[in-house]
Every structure is written in structure tokens, then in C-alpha cells.
Design a protein around this ligand. Structure first.
Ligand code: TRP
Ligand code: SF4
Length: 325
């Protein structure tokens, strides 16, 4: 069976923009041998000075994964730092990776600059090596495919180059993993900017119904509509973007009503709230069941780590043999 691997940094509770990514993972686990992990070492590359929430965020995020349907019977679900082999492979790769390869990864300079603007220096040895650690994650499981967002493609490219260099220099061990581009979420945040926890414009997958209502009520609509029968322009409205994804069948009728002033924004938001609540309610309930079992998430991670370690130790035996170390 083909192998799939993917990971996420532990950002804590997930928002509905992540839902499409997780649903993709859930489908993949039916057909592939899947490894899904929390990239907690990767989180250190930018949050080395604020690590207090790391453990809690890891557990929160894995509870979210399980609630959305990742199944520890089908997939190996683990935390990167539990499998020390990742660090060993990263170290070995660091010996054969030219500095220039890392410096020219496009996300590197961008991110350094973005953090600089916020007054934080992340020009650390570890951050430069971020994509190399990611290469170790992927090649460790000799994954055939890696579901990632478009922003991760340069990292995957570097991973392939490093694998090829190793194969060429020592012994061919690593396959060439392909990227499975996950559909990017088209959902904006409630203020119409990109949805992000740091903008506080994100709707949590597991937020309470009251919170959901509040978020939807503060979504930006067409500013030209003052009275409820003013003609609207759905294309500028955040609520409309959500209806487009969650109620595609009813969209033409809704647009017509909005344009003709036949529906008020309050009623339109209420419809969205009911639709979204219908989707999120079962997930919320499943999550409650998961966290009601004390120690369950920790147990899933322990069991996952032991399965991941087994696969990792097979690869590392080949690597050590190849390098003669
Ligand atoms: N860099 C990825 C992200 O920020 C997380 C990640 C780390 C990852 N290692 C990985 C993703 C290996 C896929 C495969 O989203
Ligand atoms: Fe947006 Fe709906 Fe109001 Fe039209 S009626 S502006 S789509 S909220």
C-alpha cells in the first residue's frame, strides 16, 4: 500500500479553514497507509521563546483531528519529538545539504522579513534548517505522497533534492515523494482578510453555538445596504462567500434575492448560521466524547509514536548502513 505522510505545527484549536485539509486526510486514510504528525520541533523554530503552550496545543489539536474522523486504528498519529530518529536524519542530511539550497528557499527570506517587521529575529540556525527537518520527516517514512498546501511546495522540492543527493552519494534508499495539493480553503475570515488566529477573525471548528452566532453576525456584508430592501452586491460580501461553499445549490436564488433587496442581511446570516451549525454540531459532539475520556489523546499519541518509531528505525538502519556510521 502506498504511504502518505503529512504534518501540522501545533497551533492549538483549529478553525473551519482547516476543515477541508482534515477532511482530505480522513479520506486518504481509507486508501493509503497514512502517517499524520504534530510538528512540535518545527514550532520551536519560530516560537522558541514562547513554548509554554506547546504541550497543551498539541493535545488540543490532536483532539480536533480525532473529532473530525482521523482514526488511530487506520492511521499512525504521533508527535514528532517522540520519534528521535527525525533529529538523527535531520543531522545526517545537514552534512550533505549546501547552505545555498536552504538560503534560496523562497519562504525563508519572506518569513524572516515578516518576523523582522514584527520586531522578532528568527535568523537562527534551526529556522534556516526548517525545510531540512521537514525533508527528514517525509523521507523517514519513505512516503510516496505528501498532501500539502501550495505554500509548502518549495519545501517539498528541497526534500526531493536532498533525497536524490543522498541516494547518489551513498545508496539509493529514498523514493521521490510527490505533492498532493490539497484544495486551499477559499473561506475568508469574518473581516474578509485571510482567516487566521492572529487576526482574531477565525471561526473555530468547535466553537460554541453562541460564539458561532456572534462571529457570523459580525461578518462584513455589503456596506451599500443600509435598509433591508436596498439592492445588495453579493460579490463584496463575506456571508456570500460562505454560502457559496456551504449552500452552493441555493446560491443563484440567494444572489437574486440579495440583488433585488428581497432578503435582509440579518435573515441571510441566520440561514448561514443554521447551515454551519448543522455541519459543526456532530463534530462538536464527537470532540466532547473524546475529551471526556481522560488520557485518551495522550494514549493515541503514545501508541502512534511506537508505530512510527518502528518504521523510522527501519529507515535509520538503512541510512546508517549507507553512511557507514
Ligand atoms: N511545514 C508544514 C506546515 O507548516 C508542517 C510540516 C512539517 C509538514 N513537516 C512536514 C507537512 C512534513 C508535510 C510533511 O504546514
Ligand atoms: Fe451579504 Fe446576504 Fe446581505 Fe446579500 S443579503 S449583502 S449576501 S449578507
Amino acid at each position: 500500500m502506498e504511504r502518505i505522510l503529512s504534518g501540522m505545527r501545533p497551533t492549538g484549536r483549529l478553525h473551519i479553514g482547516h476543515l477541508s485539509v482534515l477532511e482530505n486526510w480522513r479520506r486518504l486514510q481509507e486508501e493509503y497507509s497514512c502517517f499524520f504528525f504534530v510538528a512540535d520541533w518545527h514550532a520551536l523554530t519560530t516560537s522558541f521563546d514562547e513554548t509554554g503552550g506547546l504541550r497543551a496545543n498539541t493535545l488540543e489539536m490532536v483532539a480536533d483531528w480525532l473529532a473530525v474522523g482521523l482514526d488511530p486504528e487506520k492511521s499512525v498519529i504521533f508527535k514528532q519529538s517522540d520519534v528521535k530518529e527525525h533529529a538523527e536524519l535531520h543531522l545526517i542530511f545537514s552534512m550533505i545539504t549546501p547552505l545555498s539550497w536552504l538560503e534560496r528557499v523562497p519562504t525563508y527570506k519572506d518569513q524572516v522579513q515578516q518576523f523582522q517587521e514584527r520586531g522578532k529575529d528568527i535568523m537562527m540556525y534551526g529556522f534556516l534548517g526548517y525545510p531540512l527537518l521537514q525533508a527528514a520527516d517525509i523521507l523517514m517514512y519513505r512516503a510516496d505522497a505528501v498532501p500539502v498546501g501550495e505554500d509548502q511546495l518549495p519545501h517539498l522540492e528541497l526534500c526531493r533534492e536532498v533525497g536524490r543527493r543522498f541516494n547518489h552519494m551513498y545508496t539509493p534508499i529514498f523514493p521521490d515523494p510527490k505533492g498532493l495539493l490539497s484544495k486551499v480553503s477559499l473561506l475568508p475570515g469574518i473581516d474578509s482578510r485571510k482567516m487566521s488566529k492572529s487576526y482574531a477573525n477565525d471561526i473555530g471548528i468547535f466553537c460554541q453555538p453562541g460564539e458561532l452566532k456572534k462571529m457570523i453576525n459580525s461578518m462584513i456584508t455589503d456596506p451599500a445596504r443600509i435598509k433591508k430592501d436596498d439592492p445588495g452586491h453579493p460579490e463584496v460580501c463575506v456571508v456570500h462567500k460562505y454560502h457559496k461553499i456551504y449552500r452552493p445549490d441555493e446560491l443563484p436564488g440567494l444572489e437574486e434575492q440579495c440583488r433585488g433587496g428581497g432578503i435582509g442581511c440579518v435573515a441571510c446570516k441566520k440561514m448561514l448560521q443554521e447551515t454551519l451549525d448543522g455541519i459543526l454540531k456532530p463534530l462538536r459532539e464527537k470532540r466532547m466524547e473524546i475529551i471526556a475520556r481522560p488520557g485518551y489523546v495522550e494514549e493515541v499519541l503514545l501508541e502512534g509514536a511506537s508505530r512510527a518509531r518502528k518504521a523510522a528505525s527501519e529507515t535509520m538502519a538503512l541510512v546508517r548502513e549507507a553512511v557507514k556510521i
